[in-house]
Design a protein. Structure first.
Length: 118
């Protein structure tokens, strides 16, 4: 059985998930994502908050309708685009804020509501 890197780290080990004791976590905040409340921490990217809440599918590609989620985590691929307070944004590049309203897969929802195809 492999050692759990989180336990190893909390025991002061050198695991891949070692936590630096000098790095603190921001205060707890709440976002509204697809009409559900999601807990996050100040200072996290929206993309990380979405992933931690289990939201890995963020949109579908416009032509092939294939599922998309975070890929590069540095603002290049645009696979993580969601609607934030009414405007499209790459979730990996946006800092999570208390009260932020987020919608995932907005193009597919708009397409479904109009009964339209691509
Ligand atoms: S994951 Fe590539 S732009 Fe966000």
């Amino acid at each position: 059985m492999l050692p759990d890197p989180r336990q190893e780290a909390s025991a002061g080990g050198s695991g891949a998930f070692r936590r630096d004791p000098d790095v603190g976590r921001g205060r707890s905040i709440r976002l509204v994502v697809d009409d559900a409340v999601v807990e996050a921490f100040e200072g996290e990217s929206l993309g990380v908050a979405l992933a931690v809440s289990g939201r890995l599918l963020l949109r579908h590609s416009p032509n092939a309708q294939t599922p998309r989620g975070m890929f590069c985590l540095m603002g290049v691929c645009q696979e993580c685009v969601v609607e934030v307070d009414g405007a499209l944004a790459a979730s990996c590049m946006v800092e999570a804020r208390d009260g932020m309203v987020v919608s995932t897969d907005v193009l597919a929802r708009a397409r479904a509501s109009t009964g339209g195809g691509g």
